[in-house]
Ligand binder design. Structure first.
Ligand code: KG4
Ligand code: ZN
Length: 359
């Protein structure tokens, strides 16, 4: 048996009280990438407040996230953002029952800021805490949006670092059904945006440009993604096809319609994600398909999935827009469900750059 610290033993009664209350308050903290975020939740689903400081304008200057700058910015902001979340909820740290903090995966320096801060306040205020997987948090964003949603369901996760189809068997039990073999969907959006001369983060910019384009203009043929007997995806081929199209046109002195190209790229990614995830949900016998991760903010993906789920007789769930990209409410929600299973972290909680359900 592992030796626990004094802190752990001292907070045992508070942890038991949290577990038996069901509607105690949780403070969530998120710092895995380029948003410093905090939130206060009652129980697992009622959001009392959210506070976010986004670093996007800083990283945009460099065309992507600069890890060292991210860590410094988290350090500067985390106390103020947490204070803001508590103030907006009209509570103090004393009223909080437990603390949930993102501990993996993400940028290691950025994660360290959130985890160290969470440990500090947990220790100082004698509150139990739990480290939460960021991707599990993205899935939990759906619990915040649909009060009645419960596992089991199938979930399509599409973020900047991950593209997975996952069977959510229970709140903390997952089975990997499919994953990207190379780039994540969001990563492909970001790289195509860069090729098209659009700023970081590329997803929303590509989506805006695509809205003015013809998605049938540039057929982007991807045999692997069309094979519905395989639930894995590959996005680097589509990204390369876009870049090659641009280079070839430039060499021949031909004009490229950037809006048409953005729309064609988006359609290719949306079709792949939709067809494989709907097929997986049916094959695994679930009646619900949920969407999660930053790319879930994409309106073309949301509406195509909604339509495909309706046609397949599946319930379709997707997070409210405010829960799509990185936030701390989703971390608190997942932390709640893990704590209800009796899980908690000690002061040896260490962040890992890690992954989610890696094969
Ligand atoms: O989940 P997230 O906020 O951070 C990670 O955990 O990775 O996802 C960020 C990713 C970025 O690649 C961003 O370009 C993409 O989500 N994204 C979008 C949209 N909004 C964000 N991709 C396509 N369309 C969008 N509207
Ligand atoms: Zn994320």
């Amino acid at each position: 048996m592992t030796e626990h610290t004094d802190y752990y033993n001292r907070t045992e009664a508070a942890f038991k009280a949290f577990g038996s209350s069901g509607n105690a308050l949780l403070l969530g903290i998120e710092s895995s990438c380029d948003e410093t975020a905090a939130a206060v939740l009652r129980g697992g689903r009622e959001v009392l407040s959210m506070a976010v400081h986004t670093q996007i304008p800083i990283h945009r200057l460099y065309g992507g996230v600069v890890p060292e700058i991210a860590s410094r910015s988290h350090t500067e902001r985390i106390a103020a953002v947490t204070g803001e979340a508590l103030d907006r909820a009209g509570v103090t740290l004393d009223d909080i029952g437990a603390i949930a903090v993102t501990s993996e995966p993400g940028l290691i320096g950025a994660l360290l800021v959130g985890v160290s801060f969470a440990k500090g306040i947990a220790l100082a205020a004698n509150k139990p805490m739990i480290g939460v997987n960021h991707i599990e948090g993205h899935i939990a964003a759906n619990y915040l949006t649909y009060p009645d949603l419960e596992p089991p369901f199938t979930c399509l996760i599409a973020s900047g670092g991950h593209s997975h189809i996952v069977l959510v068997k229970d709140y903390a039990e997952f089975e990997l059904i499919g994953r990207t073999r190379d780039d994540a969907a969001g990563e492909a959006f970001d790289k195509v945006a860069r090729a098209l001369g659009l700023p970081y983060p590329g997803g929303p910019e590509v989506e805006k440009l695509a809205a003015q384009g013809d998605a049938a203009a540039y057929p982007l043929h991807t045999p692997f993604n069309s094979d519905l007997s395989v639930f894995d995806f590959s996005f680097s081929g589509i990204k390369t096809a876009v870049v090659n199209l641009m280079h070839n046109a430039a060499q021949k002195g031909e004009a490229i319609n950037r809006a048409d190209l953005a729309a064609s790229f988006q359609r290719s990614v949306v079709e792949t994600l939709t067809q494989k995830s709907v097929r997986a949900a049916l094959e695994y016998g679930t009646d619900t398909l949920a969407l999660a991760g930053g790319v879930s903010a994409n309106k073309a993906l949301r509406s195509r999935l909604e339509e495909a789920c309706a046609a397949a007789g599946l319930r379709f769930c997707r997070p409210d827009m405010r829960f799509c990209t990185d936030n701390a409410a989703m971390i608190a929600s997942q932390g709640y469900y893990r704590m209800m299973r009796g899980e908690r972290s000690d002061l040896d909680l260490n962040p890992t750059a890690g992954s989610f359900l890696s094969k």
